[in-house]
Design a binder for this molecule. Sequence first.
Ligand SMILES: N[C@@H](CCC(=O)N[C@@H](CS)C(=O)NCC(=O)O)C(=O)O
Length: 303
Amino acid sequence: MTSGIILHHYDSSPFSEKVRFMLGVKGLDWASVIQPVIMPKPDLIPLTGGYRRIPVMQIGADVYCDSQVILAEIERRHPTPPMVRGADWAVNLWADRIWFQASVAAIFAEMGAAVPKEFIADREKLSGRPFDIEGMKAAAPFAKAQWRAYAAWVEEGLEGSDWLGGATPSLADVAAWMNVWWAQGAAPKVADGLLSGLDRTRAWAGRVRAIGHGKRHEMAPGEAVRIANASTPADPAGVAADDPSGLSSGEAVVVMADDYGRDPIVGTLVGLTRDRITIARECGELDVNHVHFPRAGYVLARR
Ligand SMILES: N[C@@H](CCC(=O)N[C@@H](CS)C(=O)NCC(=O)O)C(=O)O
C-alpha cells in the first residue's frame, strides 16, 4: 500500500537525500515529484504559499516544509522501525547547518567554473549574499579541516556498531549521511581525501547506499497540485496553552526561515507545539491547505 507521501525534490539535492534515505529505512512506497533546481517553481509555490526550498513533503492537503519537520512526520506516521533516539534532533541541526556550510565551501570551491551562472544568480537571491567562488576557494582549506573533524566524529560514533545510534539506522545516520553523500557525488576526489583513513565511515556509506530509497514512483507536478485540491487537511494540533509566544489559534501570522530563503509565508495559526508550527492557507481556487514548519530555525510572528 502506498504511504500517500509525495516528495517534492530533485535528485542532486542533499537535503532531499536525507528524506530519501529515511524512506528507504522505513521501506515506504512514495511518489516523487521533480521540482526545478532554481526559481521559478510554479507547481510548488501554490502548495507552500511562498516557501521555495527543497525538499517539501505533501500528504493530501498537508504540506511539510524543511527536512526537519518532514523527517519528524515520517517518524510519527511510520514508527516502525523507530529512528529517533536521544539527542538526535540536535545532531540533525548541527549536520544541516554547521557541517553543511563546510560542505558548501569545500564542494563549490572544487566545482569552480563548472557552476552554471543561472544557478549562481539564483542562489545569490536565495541567500541575499554574493555566491563568491573565489572566496570559497580561499576558505576551502579551513572548511575542509572542519569537514574532516566532523567526519571523524562519525568515525568515532561507529566504533563497535554499524550505525551511529547502535545496531539499526537512526536519525543521526540520516543527518550525517547528507554531507558524505553530497561530497562523494559532487566532489569525489575531495571526499576521497577527506575520508582517507576513516574506514568505518566508508564502510558505513556502503551500508547506507545498500538500503536504498524504498519504492519510488514518479508523479507529474500538476497531479500533486490536483491531489492537494481534492483533499482535506488532517486535524491540526492546536496551539499549546503554555506556549511562550502568547499566540493563539486563529491569529494571522507570518513564518520564515531564519537562515536563507527567508520568503515570508502568511496564514492563520492552527497548530503550535514545542517543535512545530502549522498554518492554514486559502489557496485560490482550492479551499484550504495546512503548511507545517519546524520551530527550530524558523521565525513566527503575529501579522
Ligand atoms: N533547512 C532546510 C534547507 C533546505 C535547503 O537548503 N535545500 C536546498 C536544496 S538541497 C535548496 O532549497 N536550495 C534552493 C532551491 O532548491 O531552490 C531543510 O532542512 O530542508
